[in-house]
Write a protein of this length. Sequence first.
Length: 298
Amino acid sequence: RLTRLGAFHYMTVDDSEQLREVLERAAEHSGSRRLTWAAGADEPWRKFLVGESQPMQKLGRVIRLVGPRRSTVLISGETGSGKEMVARAIHMAGDRAHMPLVAVNCTALPENLLEAELFGHVKGAFTGAIAPRIGRFEQAHRGTLFLDEVGDLPLDIQAKLLSVLQEREFQRIGSSETVKVDVRVIAASNIDLTRAVRQGKFREDLYYRLNVVPLHVPALRERPSDIPALVHHLIEKICLQEGLPPRRVTREAIERLSFYSWPGNVRQLENAMEMAIALSGDRETLYPADFALPAEPQ
């Protein structure tokens, strides 16, 4: 109960060796928090970026510059690399931070519902439209709209998206009323959109409209020095969500995790941490054997 109230640890006996170990763990835990959150006091958006590697520092510098602008940003990066976290950092770094960030996963919705999801509809606009609906663009008015996996949008929706980006207005499905919006758009894709353009799968004019400020999120294997900070951050996050006392990770376990290539990036690392914590029971320390990592891809 004491640890849930904020205590790092408590001792029931006077044991100098145990005290030394607990102090070392507390120092390690505190150090990881400083590494992760040090820049967060003056720049709250930094909490979405964990790590101090060169690629992450470069990413942070660009976010600091582009955050206050209205410019459309196109984020590229592999699946699981943290593109949505970068989008949230950009939103928080600007004047729209107090307004909503509305996220749309373009692959998660059926094609026949995408237009209604983005632009809304009036009652009776199509079969099943039993009530009017406000679309994501209107929900994000004066805020930010994040279009994740934008490369998977059908071509007809791409044309309508281009029109909204150019005119800053649209019509709900089934309505002739024009709706004006003030929305900053951030898009992300895990596919090469220039190749998609060459293949005729993505509109060239929309690509250039989105790619005003390009940002690339590095894969986790490109920044292995960030893995220790990410491990401590994810443990703290998972334990807080589950109402568990903090877990300690041995140096050997950190080394094993740092030398793995992580094809699934940060998302895979988080899943590995969650599984290790779940299967460790009440044990406070995680060891290398707690992480059952798949074979390295060939």
